[in-house]
Design a protein around this ligand. Structure first.
Ligand SMILES: [Fe+2]
Length: 292
């Protein structure tokens, strides 16, 4: 059965690309591609040609770029999306712009643009983090996205029944609000979502990037604490994925979770869990939760 392999890249919109360039370099430790322009910022975190692209626009996340492993898998997945009732079409000029071999474009039930592709270009130039970080990516993709969705059941049907994600666990985040966490590779979750009762909200609440050492998380937190970006939480450890992380505001308003030591899932022995809190310790809220 055809399914998504990883979240390969994310498209972001912002009013100020210079602010993103400074934030990406000085806080996240990402590398700005030399072919970035005033209208398109491309950021590397590993051997892929980019993992984030940032364009001018209403601030937020514009695109979730999922990858599959081959042309055949891509066509099979596009057929499943079409059978689910969603509009989907191949776009070869967009594939060229995204530096992938082939790409289909669709959207999830909440209206987020979803690009399905394979063969994102691998850069022969070495990735060099300006902060000396090593990001945990590879087969597990760039990280994860937490969405606020208007209809949780519809989101579940799209991501699980159509794109082929598997359930990791759920967390009772607050009364009436249950977060669902889904994986498509050993990373504990690549997509997670929740609906806010009584509110018709759609969008990305946070993106997560993972580094390979607690020192990198601590150093990034010190930079944020010194005023480089608004901290959203203190450092803490999550219950379900064991990530030791903190959250901060990006120049586009949504948060980035910056963490390490995320738990891996082995599907042959995994049982879906349920938790009564998001964190074992820490993650003290330092500013109001951003809502897309
Ligand atoms: Fe997260």
């Amino acid at each position: 059965m055809s399914s998504v392999n990883a979240l390969a890249y994310v498209g972001i919109t912002a009013s100020d690309l210079d602010a993103w360039k400074t934030y990406a370099t000085d806080v996240l430790g990402l590398q700005v591609r030399p072919d970035s322009t005033d209208d398109l910022l491309k950021l590397r975190m590993d051997d892929r040609v980019y993992r984030f692209f940032i364009e001018k626009g209403e601030p937020g996340v514009s695109t979730l770029g999922f990858e599959v492993n081959s042309r055949g898998a891509l066509e099979e997945l596009a057929a499943k999306v079409e059978a689910s009732g969603a509009a989907v079409k191949e776009d070869s000029s967009l594939a060229a712009a995204r530096d992938v071999v082939a790409l289909f474009i669709t959207s999830d039930p909440g209206g987020n643009t979803v690009e399905l592709s394979y063969g994102q270009r691998i850069d022969h130039d070495a990735f060099v983090s300006p902060k000396g970080h090593r990001f945990v990516t590879g087969d597990m993709g760039f990280g994860h996205a937490f969405l606020i969705v208007p209809d949780q059941q519809e989101a579940y049907e799209f991501y699980v029944n159509t794109l082929g994600f598997r359930e990791s666990d759920t967390i009772a985040l607050m009364p009436g609000l249950v977060g669902q966490f889904l994986h498509c590779n050993p990373r504990h979750h690549t997509i997670a979502f929740a609906s806010v009762p009584g509110m018709n909200i759609n969008g990305v609440q946070h993106l997560m990037v993972e580094v390979d050492s607690l020192d990198s998380v601590g150093r990034a937190y010190d930079i944020v604490d010194a005023g480089a970006a608004p901290a959203s939480t203190s450092i803490g450890m999550h219950t379900n994925d064991h990530m030791i992380s903190f959250y901060m505001q990006t120049p586009s308003g949504f948060d980035i979770e910056f963490g390490t030591a995320g738990r891996l899932i082995d599907d042959s022995v995994w049982s879906v869990g349920h938790y009564d809190a998001a964190s074992y310790w820490g993650h003290k809220r330092l500013r109001e939760m951003p809502v897309p």
